[in-house]
Design a protein around this ligand. Structure first.
Ligand SMILES: Nc1nc2c(ncn2[C@@H]2O[C@H](COP(=O)(O)OP(=O)(O)OP(=O)(O)O)[C@@H](O)[C@H]2O)c(=O)[nH]1
Ligand SMILES: [Mg+2]
Length: 198
């Protein structure tokens, strides 16, 4: 009898878990974003000035106010590592694509990279959140200009939720707002990509 109740309790206590893949070119600020997110959700986090370029992956799970688990996968953005990204596609419920808003010289590179991600069949219908990062810097591009570039890519592709939001992974500005957008879209997309229960 105890085992039955224990089993029921364990099932009842399971939480929805969604996997979110953090992509973007090297130096965009993906790992800084993840570490800041951990700090905002009261998890232990690295000092931001100790972050080095990612070669493998960083993983962190946060529990939201709605008692939903968000499991983030931060992978290296160097060109030689990008071919590994697709290994994560079939399991992910959303993609966060981070860009360095100050780096005008790499716009074509991230446009091309984002286009090839969004055209992959394995992530059809998955919400895409683009974070225009490093908004704390004076020489940042206008958010409107970044949105225009993003829209050129998004309008040719299948219907899905997508958004561009300005953030600073370094200061934390805009990060919690971006989570609000993401959580809503994950839940809306639940039929297409059901969460796992953990
Ligand atoms: N000013 C400013 N600097 C930032 C911000 N986010 C990241 N950086 C800096 O950008 C550099 C790269 O940050 P990372 O978080 O390592 O970038 P990444 O996208 O994880 O890079 P890879 O792991 O190589 O793919 C570091 O020097 C960060 O301090 C930001 O919002 N503002
Ligand atoms: Mg990194």
């Amino acid at each position: 009898m105890f085992h039955l109740f224990q089993g029921l309790y364990n099932n009842w206590n399971k939480k929805e878990q969604y996997s979110i893949l953090i992509l973007g070119l090297d130096n965009a600020g993906k790992t800084t974003f993840l570490e800041t997110l951990k700090r905002l959700y009261k998890l232990s986090s690295k000092e931001l000035d100790k972050i080095v370029p990612t070669v493998g992956q960083n993983v962190a799970t946060i529990l939201t106010e709605q008692k939903i688990q968000l499991k983030f996968w931060d992978v290296g953005g160097q060109e030689s590592l990008r071919s590994m990204w697709s290994e994560y596609y079939s399991q992910c419920h959303a993609i966060i694509f981070v860009v360095d808003s100050t780096d005008r010289s790499r716009i074509d590179e991230w446009k091309h990279t984002l286009t090839s991600i969004m055209m992959n069949d394995e992530i059809e219908g998955v919400p895409v959140l683009m974070l225009a990062n490093k908004q704390d810097k004076q020489d940042r591009m206008e958010i409107q200009d970044i949105k225009e570039i993003f829209n050129q890519i998004a309008e040719h592709l299948s219907a899905r939720d997508s958004r561009v939001l300005p953030v600073s992974a370094l200061t934390g500005d805009g990060i919690l707002d971006s989570m609000t957008w993401l959580i809503l879209r994950l839940q809306r997309n639940k039929k297409l990509r059901p969460p796992v229960y953990k």
